[in-house]
Design a protein around this ligand. Sequence first.
Ligand SMILES: Nc1ncnc2c1ncn2[C@@H]1O[C@H](COP(=O)(O)OP(=O)(O)OP(=O)(O)O)[C@@H](O)[C@H]1O
Ligand code: SF4
Ligand SMILES: [Mg+2]
Length: 326
Amino acid sequence: MKIVDNSSSLLALHKVTKVFQVGTFLSKVKIYAVRDVTLTIEEKPMVFTLVGESGSGKTTLANALLRVIAPTEGSILFLGRNIQEYKQSEFIRLVQPIFQNPYETFNPLKKVEVYFRSVINRLRIADHRGCAFEKVVDQALNSVALTWEEVRGKYLHEFSGGQLQRLSIARALMVNPKLLVADEPVSMLDASLRVFVLNLFRKLKEEKQLYVIYITHDLATAYYISDRIAVMLRGSVVEVGPAEKVLLTPLHPYTALLKESVPNPYKKQEKVEFQEQEEHVLEIEEYVGEGCKFVLRCPHAKDICKKEVPPDVSVDGAVVKCWLYK
Ligand SMILES: Nc1ncnc2c1ncn2[C@@H]1O[C@H](COP(=O)(O)OP(=O)(O)OP(=O)(O)O)[C@@H](O)[C@H]1O
Ligand code: SF4
Ligand SMILES: [Mg+2]
């Protein structure tokens, strides 16, 4: 999580914090959805996964990366430049979102091709009246194993959920972006389509040199697809490193707790265990302290853990936010 060299990184987040204020004028409560996230993603095509339980701040961080919300504090550099400095037309050519629910991406009353035409019109990618339109769309569709022939003239209800998610990915690919930010993109798909879409991300990374930020609370898919993983807990990144290392030999006691959920095709109950942990977390949600967010559940907790925010420590190619390693 230490910034080593911003100029050679794809993304460099420095102390990114997002505070939401909820409640009335008289009783305002501050929610630290994301707190002090300092993180670098190097410029090398990869699937970088943000994993964490519900409410840990994944979507808030994704929205900050997509400029949907502005951080309350901190900065985000994309290719060495603050993301706020990019013109909107520049930014959407570089960074594209993929959402959880493909049915919300498309209006049921419009032909799906309308969306492809509007991207092309807006960004002047091709002359939409001529054959260039079909060429650009066909290329984008081919990368998600669809063709223009299959899509032309059709409405939302004529596609399956998996096809729609592939269409939303194709639409994002039309601008030839550098980075996809995919927030729970497969959680609404059934198992076989899930694998298909995840494989597609891997293929896009390899063939198109794409960067994918994959956001999930599901460790099984995280393990399957990721090159690097950042584990989020209550707004903070508590461990980041190579996916296999983080999930198989975790350093942070919280990641160690999650390790039980690492996919094993022979152990069916693993995902259930993770969900139970999520419920347990929600039960103690009211705890807000200055020290480590995991202190109430940590078997290794020391006095200092309650009082001071743990430092980020580099250990064996990973970075861990924990007093145990200081
Ligand atoms: N617009 C908002 N106003 C107030 N609080 C918010 C807002 N958006 C998010 N939060 C709060 O910020 C915290 C982080 O939410 P966020 O949606 O980023 O979590 P998440 O990790 O994406 O969760 P999930 O896995 O359920 O999608 C939660 O406590 C949430 O209630
Ligand atoms: S900082 Fe302390 S409480 Fe937090 S995970 Fe490490 S040892 Fe446990
Ligand atoms: Mg979310």
